[in-house]
Design a binder for this molecule. Structure first.
Ligand code: ATP
Length: 235
């Protein structure tokens, strides 16, 4: 079943066209990695799906409902959650409070307890302010906060950014549990090896367009690297 359908999406910052005519479909249960160089338009695309950036043209349809002009909080209520680049926690609130502010009326598997179970590193930090956490702990809270809305589509923007490899491993170990339960995920990941390992489908963006799409098992790494740097136009 198609959960998300993006058609001909154009996003601009003034005269700059950050996303150019992007169309994509996400089926329920898919894990899609969105890769591409800095400035390719990945973050803007995720923000447009989440309702944090109003597109210039094109449409976003979620579970058959046209949400192109719907504000972000209404999209959360429908089941779209974004883990933004830079985490954006409430620094003065505790871990638990950061999780609780995101709990929605959408019932489901995710509660403070189940998030702490999947991210055990947060349990002893439960009553600590977010400002005092390490980068990896903050990332875990950011993912946990998104899960608290019991999303049907999870959008993850650069969860590894600025984290030590060993911390990234821990975050991905926890994420693997979330993914194994049939979550539908669109994730932006700079680390190509990790992206190819975790995803069932890879999309590569270059200068606002999707220039390569495929199953990571059948794509060879050189093909992805070429598309990533625009060495050849793959499609
Ligand atoms: P990165 O990996 O660096 O985050 P990205 O692929 O996510 O890159 P975007 O952040 O979506 O790309 O940026 C796409 C283009 O839009 C870039 O040229 C960027 O400079 C520009 N851009 C992004 N945010 C803004 C903004 N708030 N105002 C103006 N231009 C922006």
């Amino acid at each position: 079943m198609t959960l998300l359908r993006v058609a001909g999406l154009d996003c601009r910052y003034g005269l700059l066209q950050a996303v150019r005519g992007v169309s994509l479909e996400v089926a329920q249960g898919e894990i899609i990695a969105l890769v591409g160089a800095n400035g390719a338009g990945k973050t803007t695309l995720l923000r447009a799906i989440a309702g944090a950036h109003g597109p210039h043209s094109g449409s976003v349809v979620f579970d058959g409902v046209d949400i192109t002009r719907l504000p972000a909080h209404r999209r959360v209520a429908l089941g779209i959650a974004l883990v933004p680049e830079g985490r954006r926690l409430f620094p003065g609130l505790t871990v638990e409070e950061n999780l609780r502010v995101a709990s929605s009326r959408r019932r489901g598997r995710w509660t403070v307890e189940s998030v702490l179970e999947v991210f055990p590193l947060l349990r002893p930090r439960r009553r600590m302010q977010a400002a005092g956490l390490s980068g990896g702990e903050q990332q875990a809270v950011a993912i946990g906060r998104a899960l608290m809305s019991n999303p049907r589509l999870l959008l993850l923007d650069e969860v590894s950014l600025g984290l030590a490899p060993v911390v990234v491993d821990a975050v991905y170990r926890s994420l693997a549990r979330v993914l194994s339960e049939g979550a539908t995920v669109l994730l932006v990941e700079q680390d190509l090896t990790r992206a190819l390992k975790v995803a069932n489908r890879v999309l590569c963006m270059l200068e606002g367009r999707i220039v390569l799409e495929g199953d990571p098992k059948s794509l060879d790494r050189d093909q992805v690297v070429s598309a990533y740097f625009g060495l050849t136009r793959a499609i």
